[in-house]
Design a protein around this ligand. Structure first.
Ligand SMILES: [Zn+2]
Length: 503
């Protein structure tokens, strides 16, 4: 049994600057990684960039630079954005790195030795921008690419094939024995019916492009960009050098639903052929529309994550993406929706609770945390934490946040009903201390639970509660028990966690 948790994002194609889709997958992976660390698991979180292929070659040519120069520029923007969005990835893999090429060739050789690669000829409809061959059946109206709607061309070339057809039965077994191999359920069904429909051998080399990893046995051909790209999940953890097997197999490949087939069918088949364990789960999330419309460059409504983080705040943006839709479904990004959530859920429910609790502790108790008490909120907090863990383990991020906000609501109500200001006036100091301890301790629970979503705000709350350490070093096992706030610790003067926003 490995005691690690390995989560990945897809590696992003460098033909485009980062947009909300990239930010969404990466933030979700970060939430999961931070949560797993909070559970005390050694966690490895990998992201990176996919830099080979015809599209990159073409774009670079148009700009009069080399493909590598083009990639270097875009990679810088991705790395910048991940730093701004507080992404805690442990490594960043680029497919142009020697360590990646080494891993790809090793995997290719293992599959070759197994006898699963043969030389043939490939002919079909081809979309250059998508770098995809399409069958007649798959083409859209007017013989257009089903993915981008552009005109496709007839293309025939010498190609090496992977015997995917050999893996139909093993893949069916994998799916039947592991109902959680693909999530959510609708995506699982999609994959299952595709595999049941029969699998054709897969072309894994290209002669039309020079910008890729040449085949060791036939340097005229480069490896198909998808074969190359998928191997990042191994090269990023050091494969084939010793040590990678402490991390492999991946526990969760987070992807967008458009690249499901590559991850849930081709990738496990390559791995089976190479004699390597398959990932534990592929989770495909949905897409975002913007103000009810499909996001596109031509409409000029592409959401820029840099701008969103600057306008609304990093934590607010992260919170919104995880709270607005059930993870796995499609969602709509609207300015009104994000502002409403910031004002009602973050500023009013959460921020106000923090401010008024700390203000009362300072006013009535000189800012010192009273001795632990065992009030009615104890059960609620412990129950919420348990529920939260179940939901987070299931990647139900939205419902996990709902559970935390239910606890926040309970504490707000508790304050209204116990009315600490009256207790103070009536000099019922023992009850006053008890009430405030209960509120403070719930806030500590809330800080731990919101930390994966809003690391910076959670740290600020942690410090307001008087802690000096970094919350990222905490674990639920150590800190998830009631009574963890030390008596006598001084709470800070509250400052608003989430400023209110105008629409
Ligand atoms: Zn296309």
């Amino acid at each position: 049994m490995k005691d690690t948790f390995y989560v990945t994002t897809p590696i992003y194609y460098v033909n485009d600057v980062p947009h909300i889709g990239h930010a969404y997958t990466t933030i979700a992976a970060d939430v999961l990684a931070r949560y797993k660390r909070l559970c005390g698991l050694k966690t490895f979180f990998l992201t990176g960039t996919d830099e080979h292929g015809q599209k990159i070659e073409k774009a670079a040519r148009e700009l009069g630079i080399t493909p590598k120069e083009l990639a270097d520029g875009v990679v810088g923007r991705f790395k910048d954005l991940w730093r701004i969005l507080e992404i805690s990835n442990d490594d960043f893999i680029r497919t142009t790195e020697p360590r990646h090429e080494r891993a790809v060739l090793e995997l290719f050789n293992r599959i070759w030795k197994k006898g699963d690669i043969y030389l043939g000829e490939y002919e079909d409809w081809y979309c250059v921008p998508c770098e995809s061959f399409w069958t007649e059946k798959e083409l859209g109206e007017g013989r257009r690419c089903p993915e981008c709607g552009r005109q496709v061309d007839r293309l025939r070339e010498k190609s090496y094939f992977f015997r995917l057809s050999r893996y139909q039965e093993p893949l069916l077994r994998l799916l039947e024995e592991n109902p959680n191999f693909v999530k959510p359920q609708s995506r699982y069904n999609e994959v299952l019916s595709f595999v049941k429909g029969g699998l054709k051998d897969l072309s894994i080399s290209r002669m039309t492009s020079r910008w890729g990893i040449p085949l060791p046995n036939d340097p005229d051909c480069v490896l198909y960009v998808w074969f190359d790209a998928l191997v990042n999940y191994l090269s990023g953890i050091g494969f084939p050098e010793e040590g990678y097997e402490k991390i492999w197999p991946a526990d969760c490949h987070l992807i967008g639903k458009d690249i499901l087939r590559f991850h849930a069918i081709y990738w496990p088949a390559f791995l089976m052929s190479a004699g390597l364990p398959v990932p534990r789960m592929v989770f495909a999330h949905g897409w975002w529309t913007v103000e009810g419309q499909k996001m596109s460059k031509s409409l000029g409504n592409v959401v820029d994550p840099y701008e969103m983080a600057e306008r609304y705040g990093v934590d607010q943006f992260r919170y919104f993406l995880m709270r607005e839709v059930s993870f796995g479904l499609d969602g709509d990004f609207s300015q009104r929706a994000i502002v409403n959530r910031i004002n009602s859920e973050l500023a009013n429910d959460f921020g106000n609770l923090v401010s008024r609790t700390l203000a009362m502790v300072r006013r009535y108790l000189g800012g010192r945390i009273p001795s632990p008490s065992d009030g009615q909120l104890r059960q609620k907090a412990l129950h919420t934490l348990e529920e939260y863990r179940k939901l987070m383990d299931d990647l139900s991020f939205q419902r996990a946040l709902l559970a935390v906000w239910e606890l926040i609501g309970s504490v707000n109500k508790y304050i209204d009903s116990t009315a600490p200001w009256s207790l103070y006036k009536e000099k019922r100091i023992r009850e006053l201390k008890e009430a405030l301890y209960n509120c403070l301790e719930c806030l500590r629970f809330v800080a731990l639970m919101v930390y994966p979503f809003m690391p910076r705000s959670a740290q600020r709350l942690w410090e307001m509660l008087g802690f000096r350490n970094g919350i990222e070093g905490e674990t639920i096992d150590k800190s998830g028990t009631w009574g963890g706030l030390p008596e006598g610790q001084e709470v800070a003067e509250p400052t608003p966690l989430f400023p209110r926003m105008e629409v």
